[in-house]
Design a protein around this ligand. Structure first.
Ligand code: ADE
Length: 246
C-alpha cells in the first residue's frame, strides 16, 4: 500500500512515522508513506499558502492552487489519474474501525491535512473524494488526525502485525470492546489472574473472553451493542443479566 500525505508541517509526521509498528511496516515494504509539503507547490517569493476569506470572517484559509498543484503533480508522477483523496477535517464523516477496514483495502490513498480556518470549498468540490473527522473536537490542523488514520489503517495490512489474530481481536473489530487481559505474575499484590485463563481449556477461555467483552461493552459503551453481532443465546443471557442491548 502507498499513502501520500500532503501537509504544511511535515516535521509533525516524521518522528511518529519512524517509530514502532509504522517504522517496521515501512522497512518491510508493506507500506510506503510519502510526505509532501504543500508550501513547495507555491510560486511566489514568500511561498504563500493562506489568504483571507471572501465575505470576511476570522482567520485565514488555505488557498486552492498549491493544494491542487501538489495533488495533481503527485498523481501524474505516479501515473494514477484517480485515487481516494481524503481531507482530514472536523466536518468529515466520523472515523471508526470499520472506516479503517474500508480504507485498508485500497492500494493507494492520498491524505490532505487542512490548516487555518479551512480550505477553499472548490478543493472539496473538485479534488477531495472523502472527508474524515477523528472526533467531535477541533485540532489546529490535520497532521495529528492523519497520523491516527494512518496508524489504524497500516496495522490492518496483512503481515504488519506479528499475529493476524491481533487485529481480529482488537476492540471494535467485532463491534465490541476488548476483553480484559493479564500477563505474569499470576498473583500481583494479592490480586490473582482469573483462574479460567490458567485452565488451558481454549473453549472456556474463548467463552469467558466473549462474555467479558459483552459485559464491558454493555457497561462502558452501550451504544455499540446495538450494532454488535450477538447471537440469540447471548442476547438472552444479556436480558437475564439485566443488560439492555438496545
Ligand atoms: N482537523 C482539525 N480537527 C480535526 C478533527 N477532529 N478531525 C480531523 N481533522 C481535523
Amino acid at each position: 500500500m502507498r499513502i501520500d500525505i500532503l501537509c504544511l508541517f511535515p516535521e509533525m509526521l516524521l518522528s511518529p512515522l519512524n517509530q514502532s509498528m509504522l517504522k517496521r511496516a515501512s522497512e518491510r515494504g508493506l507500506v510506503h508513506i510519502a510526505i509532501h509539503n504543500i508550501r513547495d507547490y507555491t510560486h511566489d517569493k514568500h511561498h504563500t499558502v493562506d489568504d483571507y476569506p471572501y465575505g470576511g470572517g476570522p482567520g485565514m484559509m488555505l488557498r486552492p492552487e498549491p493544494v491542487f498543484e501538489a495533488a495533481e503533480t503527485i498523481r501524474q508522477q505516479l501515473g494514477i489519474s484517480e485515487m481516494p483523496t481524503i481531507l482530514l477535517t472536523p466536518q468529515g464523516r466520523l472515523f471508526s474501525q470499520s472506516v479503517a477496514q474500508e480504507l485498508a483495502l485500497y492500494p493507494h490513498l492520498m491524505l490532505i491535512c487542512g490548516h487555518y480556518e479551512g480550505l477553499d470549498e472548490r478543493v472539496c468540490d473538485h479534488l477531495i473524494t472523502d472527508e474524515i473527522s477523528i472526533g467531535d473536537y477541533v485540532l489546529s490542523g490535520g497532521e495529528l488526525p492523519a497520523l491516527v488514520v494512518v496508524d489504524a489503517i497500516v496495522r490492518l495490512i496483512p503481515g504488519v502485525l506479528g499475529s493476524q489474530d491481533s487485529a481480529r481481536s482488537d476492540s471494535h473489530s467485532n463491534g465490541l470492546l476488548k476483553y480484559p487481559q493479564y500477563t505474569r505474575p499470576q498473583v500481583y499484590r494479592g490480586w490473582s489472574v482469573p483462574p479460567v485463563l490458567l485452565s488451558g481449556n481454549h473453549g472456556e477461555v474463548a467463552q469467558w473472553r466473549r462474555c467479558q467483552a459483552i459485559l464491558r461493552t454493555a457497561k462502558r459503551r452501550p451504544d455499540l451493542l446495538k450494532k454488535a453481532n450477538l447471537c440469540d443465546e447471548e442476547t438472552k443471557w444479556m436480558l437475564e443479566n439485566s443488560l439492555n442491548p438496545e
